[in-house]
Design a protein around this ligand. Sequence first.
Ligand code: 5GP
Length: 120
Amino acid sequence: ANADSGAPTIFDKIIAKEIPSTIVYEDEKVLAFRDVNPQAPVHVLVIPKLRDGLTQLGKAEVRHEQILGQLLYAARLVAEKEGILDGFRVVINSGPDACQSVYHLHLHVLGGRQMKWPPG
Ligand code: 5GP
């Protein structure tokens, strides 16, 4: 599994629009774009534009409380925009044991099909 090196990630290039992505929602603090390898008909990643040490949820500090709330609210806006308010899932993989692969905090917003639980 990938480790959290603190190095810049591909998401910096997506934020800078140096590599293309399909943006679903954007505001001053938050960017949401379609996952390149979707696991459901709707699969959107919601990220802070400023990583500010938030490589993974497991590294969150008190100063991140506001952006964490903004990310969760943006996930709800994405779900509404995508027409999946009847049922959607928000996932955060934190750390190697959770299969996190990109060390820039991101919420997965998944829906558009029947989701299974437990996820395994
Ligand atoms: P993780 O495994 O870290 O929770 O999720 C990382 C996600 O980022 C994966 O679902 C992967 O498909 C997605 N991803 C990785 N590289 C890119 C990229 O360059 N563009 C987009 N749109 N998604 C990416």
